[in-house]
Write a protein that binds this ligand. Sequence first.
Ligand code: AMP
Ligand code: GLY
Length: 421
Amino acid sequence: MNILLIGSGGRESAFAWKLHQSPLLDKLYISPGNPGTAQYGTNINIDIDNIKELVDFIKESKIEMLIVGPEKPLVEGIYDKLIKILPKLKIIGPSQKGAMLEGSKAYAKEFMKEFGIPTAGYKVFTKNQKEEALEFIDSIKTPIVIKADGLAAGKGVFITEDKESAKNNIIDIFNGKFGDAGNKIVIEEFLDGIEYSVFVITDSKSFKMLPIAKDYKRIGEGNTGLNTGGMGAISPVSFINDDLLIKTIVKIIQPTISGIWQKDIDYKGFIFFGLINVDGDPYVIEYNCRMGDPESEVVFPRLKNDLIKLLSSLYTLDLTEHTIEHNPNYAVTVMLTSKGYPEKYETTKVINNLDNIDESIIFHAGTKSVDGKLVTNGGRVLAVTSLGETKEKALEKSLKNASKIDFEGKYYRKDIGFDVE
Ligand code: AMP
Ligand code: GLY
């Protein structure tokens, strides 16, 4: 099968690595990809906003499956546009209606309310309800969580103990800080607990769970400092016992899939549940309509199934006949980042010693080739994933290789995998 994968980060490197292992793969194209994905397929540059260009490429290259890595094209309706023109194409990713679960936090909250799915208490305000939103702040207790409704590249969530800064944040959002993504806000109750990431693939009716993971979002060790796109991840997650797992399935996953079915949403792809464990009970923090990053860098290395077979089953409607097989080992990924990240960071630093790695898989997140040399090209540069019988062993391998890889200003956390909350 010929496959086109959209995206360019660590997640797409992990997808490409996994797809490459399938005997069902003929040709893999990645648009735009990065030097990491180029190890497993052919990088190409398609302007995916130009549907004609995309359709022409799919036809010419006899693409049978399109995997959409990031959320933006899904929220903008790539599925709906393509399926009309190419009804036989296996598109992995939901319709625009399904992608609203990530694309509109207000919609996601209403969906959860409708189907009785546990989540933080909330209230939605539109731009013309600014005064009501500001008054509402006076009536609630802190910490206060304010979210811009739409996609804001992970920057749309503001948590504060201080009511004045909460109000200023609301004013900023309604004044256009996140553009149209801030036409509505959700103000919600703060949940105190430990977060974890659950992934399923669904055909809109049934689902299969992939390995559970946890990412480490803060820049500093001990979960301190600024939020990032993710400094590392682990799978499995040791605090998830049978009780929490069953509650996660029964209270969260099943009613979500049932809601998708009842609302007649066409959803053939991944759902990423951002969950929080509050005293043994799971709550939804957010839905995402795609795989996580850096979670993919530990989930795919632990998934034993043939990914192409699994994804094809969303279209052949035999998902339920598949059994998900996990590698029982721990997987840990450590993200190497650029100096300055997550604020303004350095780029184009030459990366050395990548050919000197053993016992880890290197996924490229932000790299590029310049004159035959590999250089840094993002805040998050490389994800170093290792498997081990214990999390300590897995982490030790990743740290050993993280210290070998060399670029100016390299930074990474050494406590990935530990319950530091
Ligand atoms: P989101 O983009 O909705 O995932 O929010 C980003 C991060 O903000 C989450 O990963 C949590 O760490 C935090 N967060 C969001 N909502 C809440 C909440 N209701 N209570 C506590 N923390 C939250
Ligand atoms: N790791 C969080 C995300 O992919 O959004």
